[in-house]
Design a protein around this ligand. Structure first.
Ligand SMILES: [Zn+2]
Length: 189
C-alpha cells in the first residue's frame, strides 16, 4: 500500500537516512522528483516569459535502486506537457494493442483474412508499436518510483511513498511540517 503525505513547501524536509525503496542504509545517493506547472506564458522584450512554479525534492536511494529513476521521474511528472504527452500515448496504445492482436490472430490463422485486406502502412504500424512500448515503459516508471510528488498547492506538496516503512520514518521526522492531505488526493494514484 502506498502512502501519501503532505508537507509544507516553505520548510525544508528531513529524509530518513535509508533507501526510499528497500531501506538499505549504505551507499545512498540522491534522486530528485519534481512537480510544477507553467502558470502563464507571455511575450516580453527579452523573448518568451514563462511564469512557472516547480517544486523539487531530493530523496535518498541506494545505488542499486537509483538506476533509471532520473528518466522515470521526468516522464511521470505531473506537469501539463507530460500529462498531455501521456494521454496521447495511451490514446494510441489502445488501438495499437487491438491492431497487433488482430495481426497476431490472422498470423495464427484464428481470423480469416478480411476480403479487402490491405496491408497497413508501415509508419502507422511503427507508431502504434512505439506507443505500446512507451506505455509499457510508463507503467514500469510509475511502479519503479519510490517517491512521487502527486500534489501541489500554494504552500504544500503531497508526496506518495511506495514503501510504508520509509513513509512512517518520514512522517516521524517531519511532524512539524506535516499538513493534512486533501481528502480528494487520497483517490489520486
Ligand atoms: Zn534500495
Amino acid at each position: 500500500m502506498a502512502r501519501k503525505v503532505s508537507v509544507s513547501s516553505d520548510d525544508a524536509v528531513s529524509w530518513p537516512a535509508c533507501c526510499a525503496r528497500c531501506g538499505a542504509k549504505n551507499e545512498l545517493v540522491a534522486s530528485s522528483v519534481s512537480i510544477g506547472s507553467v502558470r502563464s506564458v507571455g511575450v516580453g522584450f527579452g523573448g518568451m516569459v514563462l511564469n512557472s512554479s516547480m517544486a523539487t525534492l531530493n530523496y535518498p536511494v541506494c545505488r542499486a535502486h537509483a538506476a533509471g529513476l532520473g528518466l522515470a521521474a521526468v516522464v511521470t511528472r505531473r506537469t501539463g506537457g507530460f500529462r498531455f504527452l501521456r494521454g496521447f500515448i495511451y490514446l494510441l496504445a489502445i488501438p495499437g494493442a487491438l491492431t497487433f492482436a488482430v495481426i497476431a490472430a490472422r498470423w495464427l490463422g484464428l481470423l480469416a483474412p478480411l476480403r479487402n485486406d490491405q496491408a497497413m502502412p508501415m509508419p502507422f504500424v511503427a507508431m502504434l508499436a512505439a506507443a505500446i512500448a512507451a506505455t509499457a515503459y510508463l507503467i514500469y516508471a510509475f511502479r519503479a518510483l519510490p517517491v512521487r510528488l502527486v500534489g501541489q498547492s500554494k504552500d504544500t506538496v503531497t508526496l506518495r511513498f511506495s514503501n510504508d516503512d520509509f513513509a512512517a520514518r518520514f512522517v516521524a521526522q517531519n511532524r512539524r511540517n506535516l499538513r493534512a492531505v486533501p481528502w480528494w488526493k487520497k483517490f489520486v494514484l
